[in-house]
Design a protein around this ligand. Structure first.
Ligand SMILES: [Zn+2]
Length: 593
């Protein structure tokens, strides 16, 4: 890494002056008192409230959310740079527990609201202040058709500790205890996966086979756990009246089953045109006829390791943002003018990167672990996208705002695209271009295409579970079929990867979530594809308007200004066309080599 002056560190004192700040305890107390008062004032009375009183209750809820956001947000940000400080983690634990405790006092509000008749709800919504909370109220209301009697809800909640959650915990603890041996050395799962990114092909093969072997040894337990998780979910889904195994997740993500099907089918129709074609090129670049299953993400021999100083990284990112939108640039610039960003890796700091805002109405903070690699620059572009997205939503209100995975990544991935395109334009020769394009297409396939192959695996597994337990051998078969179909003839898919489904944690702890990654990526790609084609007037303004509404608007409405409809195949195809577009460039350059 290039020599650096001291890099920016964030300053959290606008919230609290350190873990000993007496204001923390004052706020914990304030939250508990206000929550208790709220319960006394409104429990059992929601149905009788006049619109004005109802609006007042919502404002109180908002205030409660502000206090908890400030406490929880501060504790989490503070501990992320002080992981080894017991005082920081103790504070975090204390705040989480006290917020949970007091938070139980206010749960009744949503439940009572959902008991209101449609006529009573309409009367409340006639009030302008109440209508200002419509996105929040709609989010509460959407669960109404699936809610069970209070008695059953309580029983389900109590039984969850020994059913659904118990299996997830057993899965996580089983996986965490696994040990993988390569060349006599022991590794945990994160470490052994990293070996598959090594430039040494023999090492990758040993690691790849070991992951499958260890999974095979554990398949009795993990297969049983998976069957129980599927059955547990099916029982509850049936009671609640969800049509398909994925329906409960789709309700949470606020998309229809049909839209998810449309996405999945469109991606599947593009397996050959995108994934197969890419792996054929990758095999050629790696100098082999077929690539091994574990070599999908292997580095290319020509990868350049261009290094950036922090100043260069900031300049690269801001210039790309500015070229797209001077307005976005103005929002982005503030993060660097103020101490809202923690840049350098250091002892006791969390790895990776994130953007987090304790309060909707205030600016967020960015955490990075910048080491000057090209990927670090793209990560900065990504997190800065989240940061700008947050800034554009500040006026929406604490209750109305939420994080919806399917649109949460729009600004971040879009920001990354802007910077990636700039890097590509500035690449000094064909080799650098190939390295950049191959990296990007590889990532895009992992997100947009591979997650859909996962989605088909879990859809089939849950469907077959309806007919009784699905044996491990059968799960392996479904897995291998989906992998072969999606990866194509230039990737070796055989017994050596039959058990890898056990490694996909989302199948266990967040069923039917994997498509959300593809959804999010295709949404951004679809938008970026339109931008590249230059066919939308005022793209910049429409894009910024979209970012303001990602959590409070319906999908149909927020994409309409672009002439896009997420329920149509064309919408998703647009996103996949962007991958093809980069793939065409890659193919042409590789053929010239
Ligand atoms: Zn992100």
């Amino acid at each position: 890494m290039k020599k650096e002056k001291k890099m920016p560190e964030w300053d959290l004192s606008e919230y609290y002056n350190g873990v000993d700040d007496p204001k923390i305890d004052e706020d914990i107390k304030k939250y508990a008192e206000k929550a208790a008062e709220f319960a006394v004032r409104y429990r059992g009375k929601v149905a009788k409230l006049e619109a004005g009183e109802f609006a007042a209750a919502l404002r109180e809820l908002e205030e409660l959310s502000r206090i908890s956001g400030k406490l929880g947000g501060y504790a989490s940000l503070n501990s992320s740079t002080n992981l080894t400080d017991p005082k920081a983690s103790a504070l975090y634990q204390k705040i989480v527990e006290s917020l949970n405790d007091a938070g139980k006092d206010i749960l009744f509000f949503g439940l009572e609201y959902n008991k209101l008749s449609a006529a009573a709800e309409k009367k409340l919504l006639a009030d302008e202040t109440v209508r200002g909370y419509l996105p929040y109220l709609k989010r509460v209301r959407k669960y109404k058709p699936y809610e069970l009697s209070e008695e059953v809800e309580k029983t389900l909640l109590e039984k969850d500790v020994t059913s659904g959650s118990a299996w997830v915990r057993l899965y996580e603890e089983t996986m965490a205890r696994l040990s993988y041996t390569v060349d006599g050395k022991k590794y945990n799962d994160a470490q052994v996966s990293r070996l598959c990114l090594s430039p040494d092909a023999a090492l990758r093969e040993k690691a790849g086979k070991e992951i499958n072997n260890v999974s095979k040894e554990n398949s009795f337990t993990v297969g049983y756990i998976y069957n129980m998780i599927m059955k547990d979910k099916a029982v509850e889904d049936e009671k609640r009246g969800f049509k398909l195994p994925m329906s409960a997740r789709n309700l949470a993500e606020e998309v229809s089953d049909e839209t998810v099907d449309c996405l999945a089918q469109t991606v599947r129709d593009n397996y050959e045109n995108i994934a197969w074609r890419f792996y054929k090129i990758k095999a050629k670049l790696l100098g082999v006829e077929k690539i091994k299953y574990w070599d999908r993400n292997a580095p290319l021999p020509l990868e350049s390791d261009k290094e950036y100083s922090w100043e260069e990284a900031v300049q690269t990112v801001l210039e790309a943002y500015k070229a797209f939108s001077p307005k976005l640039f103005d929002i982005a610039r503030e993060f660097f003018d103020k101490p809202w960003i923690d840049v350098a890796p250091k002892e006791g700091k969390r790895s990776g990167a994130f953007c987090s805002g304790p309060l909707t109405e205030e600016h967020p903070f960015l955490l990075l672990n910048f080491t000057g690699k090209r990927n670090d620059v793209l990560t900065l572009a990504h997190e800065l996208g989240h940061g700008c997205h947050h800034q554009l939503r500040r006026h929406n209100g604490v209750l109305n705002e939420t994080t919806r995975m399917t649109t949460e990544e729009v600004a971040s991935v879009f920001g990354e695209m802007l910077v990636f395109q700039a890097m590509l334009n500035q690449a000094k020769d064909d080799k650098e271009k190939i390295a950049l394009l191959a990296m990007k297409v590889n990532d895009m396939i992992n997100t947009a295409v591979r997650q859909i192959a996962f989605h088909f695996f879990e859809t089939r597994a849950h469907d077959e579970r309806k007919g009784g337990e699905v044996p491990v051998g059968r799960l392996n078969e479904i897995w291998l079929e989906e992998m072969k179909t999606s990866l194509g003839p230039w990737v070796e898919v055989d017994e050596n990867s039959a058990y890898i489904w056990e490694q996909v944690g989302h199948f266990f702890f967040l069923p039917f979530y994997v498509y959300a990654y593809s959804f999010a990526d295709c949404v951004v790609n679809s938008l970026y594809w339109l931008k590249l084609q230059g066919k939308v007037d005022n793209f910049e303004d429409k894009y910024l308007a979209l970012l303001q509404k990602t959590a409070i608007g319906d999908y149909q409405d927020i994409f309409a200004p672009f002439g896009l409809n997420p329920a149509s195949k064309e919408f998703w195809q647009g996103g996949l066309n962007l991958i093809s577009y980069y793939l065409d460039q890659l193919e042409e350059l590789v053929n010239k080599l």
